[in-house]
Design a protein around this ligand. Structure first.
Ligand SMILES: N[C@@H](CCC(=O)N[C@@H](CS)C(=O)NCC(=O)O)C(=O)O
Length: 201
């Protein structure tokens, strides 16, 4: 059985928990409290020198870090990752977009406002996060005006990757009501078989 090192509120950890649940893959969950430096102990750093969750232990002492790499590894050969070359490249495209343009700008306000509860520490950064985050949400909103899902008009790991932080954006004081297509897509994602909420740990 795979073992997943995870932090309950972490959107990146949730991506992998959601996929494994939807694929029916059993896993052992190891909770690491990021707020208590749980990913910065010597024992943890020996497993993942980057000191972050999620971390997947495929078999004893065989590790994979980076949520995107885990999604691609676990979904390979399933209907959640197209095998056709260009469709698969579009999944990659949206996942790279998510990691660079979307996630950091949504995750950081959420982390400092709702998880660490110390927004005053980073007050000078919020404007830039909101500018860049809303630019990324605009791109998604436009795409979803024409499509039900991000790739091939069906649910794939690109949707899982983009959904994790988007549906929690209000916890970082983003206003998603100005993005009706994104809200409708969030409902479609949440109604997929075997969906779990981020709070279902
Ligand atoms: N690109 C990485 C990002 C991982 C990441 O930022 N993890 C955060 C929680 S969501 C973390 O472990 N932070 C703890 C730390 O940096 O000490 C991924 O997708 O897995």
């Amino acid at each position: 059985m795979h073992r997943l090192y995870s932090f309950a509120p972490s959107g990146n950890s949730y991506k992998v928990r959601l996929l494994m649940t939807q694929l029916g893959l059993p896993f052992e969950l190891i909770e690491c409290d990021v707020l208590q430096q749980g990913t910065r102990t010597p024992e943890y750093l020996a497993k993942n020198p980057n000191g972050k969750v999620p971390l997947l232990e495929l078999e004893p002492n065989v590790f994979l870090s980076e949520s995107g790499a885990m999604l691609l590894y676990l979904a390979d050969g399933t209907e959640l990752l197209p095998s056709e070359k260009y469709l698969r490249a579009q999944v990659h495209q949206w996942m790279f977009f998510g990691q660079f343009s979307l996630d950091p700008n949504l995750a950081r306000p959420r982390f400092f406002i709702s998880i660490a509860k110390q927004p005053e520490k980073v007050q000078h950064l919020f404007e830039s996060w909101y500018n860049l985050g809303n630019q990324a949400l605009d791109v998604m909103e436009q795409h979803l005006a024409q499509h039900d899902f991000f790739v091939d008009d069906r649910y794939t790991i690109a949707d899982i990757a983009l959904y994790a932080y988007t549906h929690m954006a209000a916890q970082g004081n983003y206003d998603l009501t100005i993005y009706p297509n994104i809200l409708a897509w969030c409902d479609r994602v949440a109604s997929q078989p075997s969906h779990i909420k981020i709070t279902d740990v």
